[in-house]
Design a protein around this ligand. Structure first.
Ligand code: ADP
Ligand code: ZN
Ligand code: ZN
Length: 732
């Protein structure tokens, strides 16, 4: 009897064998419903064979197969296997998280047809007065469709509402055509490819860069270009080359980068169907998008990190925008890095991968220096924008008003009076990071996390940012009953309150997680900023990334001192990236920008190096420090994390792992450090510890983990702790 190995979505690092009758045809990549424990689960067939390492009599039969054909190609299966092996994560769960929710269920994976809207003959004959009677949205739709027919999802991307489509259909101005998808029929866009000629002419650096990117072979290109140097323009040109060969492009952007502006910039250039994998899609749309990518209906797929798992009909290039960005790494469950996987995937497909950034990660720069990646540089801002001027404001002994120095407030007043916008950057939301009793000094502290509560004035609550506990601010001190409860320190909410009072004539907007928790509110806020409805912008990290605000001429970094003295070895790198990215927000258009940094340590080496010598010089210095300390990229790491209600339970588990490491590791260069407390030792009542593996060769760690992981999973102490393994951790 034939046997099929199935990847089942359970947290066990192996596949499971089932028997099936030989009149059934099973291909790897088909979905199969199988019995598992007392449940029925949907898994993916990995291989078929005639034997099993288990006695055939003990194997259960499959329940049924869900697909006539494989829904995952052997190439994608091999890629998922690679991921499971490298990250030591169960293959069943790797595949499950890569599939759209509906395909994890009984839904069909067939894209039978897709709807294509086009103008009717009647629409082509509309007279001017008739056109005038249409609503602006209807007119816009007609204009879009005048160039080419578009799919429903394409119209949706252009913000055309379904009511508008319906109205035009009722008027007999547009009609829909169903296109049956046959094997070669997804080619529609390929034959009708039109590239807009409304585009800037390339500068020399851009032209050289584009010519250097060979789309026919595997290579990793680091596109190292200052903010505003026209990296996106380079991506567009590379994608154009790829589309002309009939292949597809996959573009990965940071979480915050996937704005309607980004998508519309791609759409203005190409008339190919673009699939955007964003959080606004519902399950049906996500399934559709996935299938369109796989069938080759989509020419371009844009998405955040998980889009790296999208199956593509004929992938021609992968682009990773802001390759240094932390959001490319998943920090829970399956802890993959989308940039690293992009390189693996490009290698497997023998295509180019382009990593773009103004502030490349030190790992990436190191790979460029050692010749693993090709280093392409854009050193000039495109158009005629200037680099900003930097001011260091020494706040030692200065009186501060909600954290702002007089010097900075004066600078603000000048820029505002000149009609420009000002951006203040502070990575601390809420009104104040702590509250205390003025009488006895006791601080309000979350007992479950051993951290202070943040005070949010708008809702008058104390909030623990780590375990999410919140409650109304007490009126009296629980220790001494005094009613003098005061705040300590300042956050974005307080800056907003102070500036509203100080600059009543200028409208202020605060953009942080609190003010943008509702879906779509961030987009709305950014749009309002662009329309100059606000003059003062206060934001956290959210505002640091890739937004283009031409009227912002002054950016203030309100507090950088905490990052200068962090225990995280990546903190200087992150601060430098933040500094350069935030500086990039100032004066991007024709206006000269200024950046002000408030610090108690204006002489600090890092700040001086950045300001005087720029990011790439700073990066060399930082890399040197890493090499002296044997830290990544000069070594490789894997981190076990464990948490439990009892300190001893988490500790015992990690001690057991350390024991296993010592038994199996014969390489003196491979170190096992710990168990040690995590940077946040306690969170939501649980104790958190970690154990670090570090060595000069990646393979050593991979091989050791392959040996010990089955044993780690079987440890008795593993049951008493919540634990995870993080290969190539970026947060300790
Ligand atoms: P980056 O992605 O490096 O931040 P962009 O590609 O967004 O830069 O370019 C910044 C601005 O410069 C955009 O408004 C873009 O349209 C413009 N731009 C890009 N290349 C050129 C060029 N060769 N000539 C004129 N303007 C350009
Ligand atoms: Zn008190
Ligand atoms: Zn807490």
């Amino acid at each position: 009897m034939p046997v099929v190995a199935v990847a089942v979505p359970v947290h066990l690092s192996r596949s499971f064998d089932y028997i099936y009758s030989d009149d059934i045809h099973i291909e790897p990549g088909m979905r199969i419903c199988v019995p598992f424990m007392n449940k029925q689960l949907i898994g993916i067939a990995l291989t078929t064979k005639n034997d099993s390492e288990f006695p055939l009599a003990k194997l259960k039969p499959i329940i049924n197969i869900l697909d006539d054909n494989a829904i995952l190609s052997t190439d994608m299966l091999a890629f998922f296997n690679w991921c499971a092996d490298y990250y030591h994560y169960p293959i069943g769960e790797v595949i499950a998280q890569a599939l759209p929710v509906l395909l994890r269920k009984l839904e069909s994976a067939k894209l039978n047809s897709y709807t294509f809207w086009q103008l009717t003959d009647r629409a082509h004959e509309l007279t001017a007065p008739e056109l005038n009677r249409l609503t602006p949205a209807q007119l816009q739709t007609i204009k879009l469709l005048a160039e080419t027919g578009l799919t429903q999802s394409h119209l949706k991307l252009a913000n055309i509402k379904s009511t508008t489509i319906k109205a035009l259909q009722d008027k007999g101005l547009i009609s829909q055509e169903y296109i049956e998808i046959q094997d070669n029929d997804a080619q529609h866009w390929r034959q009708n490819l039109v590239i807009s000629d409304n585009r800037p002419s390339l500068n020399t650096e851009q032209a050289i860069t584009i010519a250097a990117i060979d789309i026919n072979h595997f290579a990793t290109y680091l596109l190292d270009g200052v903010t505003g140097s026209g990296k996106t323009e380079v991506y567009l040109n590379v994608i154009e080359k790829v589309l002309k060969t009939g292949k597809q492009a996959l573009v990965i952007v940071p979480e915050i980068g996937l704005t309607p502006q980004t998508i519309s910039r791609f759409k203005r250039r190409f008339n190919v169907p673009i699939v955007a994998l964003h959080s606004g899609l519902n399950d049906a749309e996500r399934r559709e998008a996935w299938l369109e990518a796989q069938a080759g209906v989509a020419g371009i797929v844009i998405g955040t990190r998980s889009a790296i798992f999208t199956p593509m009909h004929d992938l021609g290039v992968i682009i990773i925008d802001e390759e240094h960005d932390g959001s490319l790494k998943q920090q829970e469950t399956f802890r993959y890095h989308a940039r690293d996987l992009a390189i693996v995937r490009a290698h497997r497909n023998n295509i180019a991968v382009v990593l773009g950034s103004a502030t490349p990660a030190l790992e990436t720069l190191h790979n460029a220096m050692t010749g693993k990646y090709r280093h392409l540089k854009l050193t000039q801002r495109a158009g005629n924008a200037q680099m900003p001027i930097h001011h260091l404001i020494d706040i030692k002994n200065q009186t501060l008003n909600s954290g702002l120095s007089t010097a900075f407030i004066t600078l603000m007043a000048t820029h505002l009076a000149a009609g420009n916008q000002v951006l203040l950057f502070l990575n601390r939301r809420g009104y104040a990071p702590a509250v205390m009793c003025h009488t006895c000094g006791s601080m309000a502290e979350c007992q479950r996390c051993n951290t202070y509560y943040t005070y949010h004035q708008s809702r008058n609550i104390l909030h623990c940012h780590h375990c999410d506990e919140q409650f109304p601010k007490p009126r009296r001190c629980p220790s001494c009953d005094s009613n003098e409860i005061i705040t300590a320190g300042f956050g974005t909410e307080q800056l907003e309150a102070m500036l509203t009072e100080h600059f009543p004539q200028y409208p202020i907007i605060r953009i942080d997680r609190d003010s943008t928790s509702r879906k779509g509110s961030l987009e709305k806020a950014l749009e309002a900023v662009r329309k100059r409805e606000f003059r003062i912008l206060i934001g956290t990290q959210m505002l640091a990334k890739g937004h283009h605000f031409p009227d912002v001429t002054l950016v203030g970094l309100i507090d950088v001192d905490s990052a200068l003295f962090s225990s995280d070895f990546r903190a200087p790198e992150k601060l430098a990236q933040l500094f350069v990215q935030v500086s990039g927000r100032a004066g991007r258009a024709a206006k000269q920008g200024e950046v002000a940094i408030q610090t108690h340590h204006p002489g600090h080496e890092l700040i001086q190096d950045l300001i005087n010598n720029g990011y790439s010089h700073f990066a060399q210095t930082a890399l040197h420090a890493r090499s002296m300390a044997n830290l990544p990229p000069y070594s490789f790491q894997a981190l076990f994390r464990a948490e439990a209600h009892q300190f001893s339970e988490a500790n015992a588990f990690l001690v057991d792992i350390k024991q296993l490491v010592q038994e199996h590791n014969h390489n003196p260069q491979l170190l096992c450090l710990g168990p040690m407390p995590a940077p946040m030792e306690k969170r939501a009542g649980k104790y958190r510890l970690q154990l670090l593996l570090q060595g000069p060769q990646r393979q050593h760690i991979t091989q050791l983990l392959r040996l010990i992981m089955p044993k780690v999973e079987a440890l008795k102490s593993a049951r008493k702790a919540r634990w995870s393994l993080d290969v190539d951790p970026t947060e300790m």
